[in-house]
Design a protein around this ligand. Structure first.
Ligand code: PMV
Length: 346
């Protein structure tokens, strides 16, 4: 236990990620019912700093500030999370933590922040673990594992460019417990663009935890999990080879399946807005007439993520400005692209 630092401070920023094969349905402690595969984003991120002190007396103490303001609701949620992960970080029992967190994207943008938030938090916690003398065998694995316990999809935000989460026969080293990086990703995906068209910034009417639960009684669940498994295996090959036509086919099918599953759940949810559909149709029509490999994916909400290779950025952005922006709330578009994963700031 050399060089143990019983107080100090760490800061990380961690990005959000967008799933191409979607995680929808879980069991046990945040374990996925099917494998998922995502692109790591760059511009939508959370920065988190933790001041820590290890006390002589047991009893976890936590203060939490979001965007500079003390936030008791978030504090209580994180306190519960820290209690859950204490078996993995035993020093937490003696810790006094002050956590400060900010998002790069507006709170009211309709973009979920749990993936970036839980990834940034877990990066900080694993650093502190090392500083206070905890022996860690595989740092990346622990970072992803702890992020997963906070929010499933967060475990994929730890890696540069792309990540895979969930055990899958055709994908070596894949696991339900943590995500892995995409080792032999084709270079075209390392600079892929993702423009988020904000159709509505209203809080979504179904939280992802309720959404996952709805899969337990969904008549199509078994077929869905099998199809997601096949899509993950296929996409893994496709994204190694850089086959854009095949990528587009799976990306759009996965996005629409996610929404189809919500529509045929009980209770049923329709999260797409008329403008979401209008954008989807425009993207497909433009692709057919121009042969530009542009496509979309969608999260559990009405906003449309437009995906295209960096080399088509000029023509795609012109198309978005002229044809799609009008369908967005106050013409809002958040421009993002595939990035290098979390970064230590201090
Ligand atoms: O990580 P959660 O529990 O917020 O679930 C995320 C679910 C989707 O965003 C819809 C899909 C995914 O794989 O990210």
């Amino acid at each position: 236990m050399n060089n143990v630092e019983n107080s100090g401070s760490v800061t990380w920023k961690a990005p959000s990620n967008i799933a191409i094969v979607k995680y929808w349905g879980k069991h046990g402690t945040q374990l996925p019912n099917n494998p998922s595969l995502s692109l790591t984003l760059n511009e939508a991120f959370t920065s988190t700093s933790i001041d820590y002190e290890i006390k002589n007396q047991p009893g976890l103490e936590l203060d939490f500030y979001f965007e500079g303001v003390e936030n008791v609701e978030f504090r209580n949620r994180i306190f519960k999370y820290l209690e859950i992960i204490t078996p993995h970080l035993p020093w937490l029992k003696f810790a006094k933590l002050t956590v400060r967190s900010t998002n790069s994207f507006p709170h009211s943008s309709g973009i979920a922040s749990s993936a970036s938030a839980m990834a940034a938090l877990s990066m900080c916690l694993v650093d502190i673990a090392e500083l206070v003398g905890q022996e860690i065998k595989d740092k990346t694995r622990l970072q992803s594992y702890l992020a997963r316990l906070g929010s499933g999809s967060a475990c994929r935000s730890i890696f540069p460019h792309a990540a895979i989460w969930g055990q899958c026969k055709g994908i070596p080293h894949s696991s339900d417990d943590y995500a892995i990086g995409f080792e032999n990703l084709h270079p075209v995906f390392k600079t892929y663009r993702n423009d988020i068209l904000i159709v509505s910034s209203e809080k979504k009417s179904v939280s992802s935890s309720i959404g996952h639960d709805l899969m337990n009684n969904n008549n199509y669940a078994t077929a869905r999990y099998e199809n997601a498994r096949q899509n993950a295996e296929k996409l893994y090959q496709i994204m190694s080879q850089g086959d854009l036509q095949e990528f587009i086919q799976i990306a759009e099918s996965e996005a629409l399946q996610l929404h189809a599953l919500m529509m045929c759940s009980s209770p049923s949810f329709i999260l797409l807005e008329p403008n979401s559909i209008a954008i989807i149709k425009k993207i497909r029509a433009f692709r057919e007439e121009s042969y530009v490999p542009i496509c979309f994916t969608i999260d559990a909400g009405p906003n449309i993520h437009v995906l295209y290779p960096q080399e088509y950025a000029v023509v795609c952005q012109e198309f978005i400005n002229h044809e799609l922006k009008a369908f967005c709330e106050q013409e809002r578009v958040i421009k993002d692209y595939v990035g290098e994963g979390p970064k230590k700031l201090i």
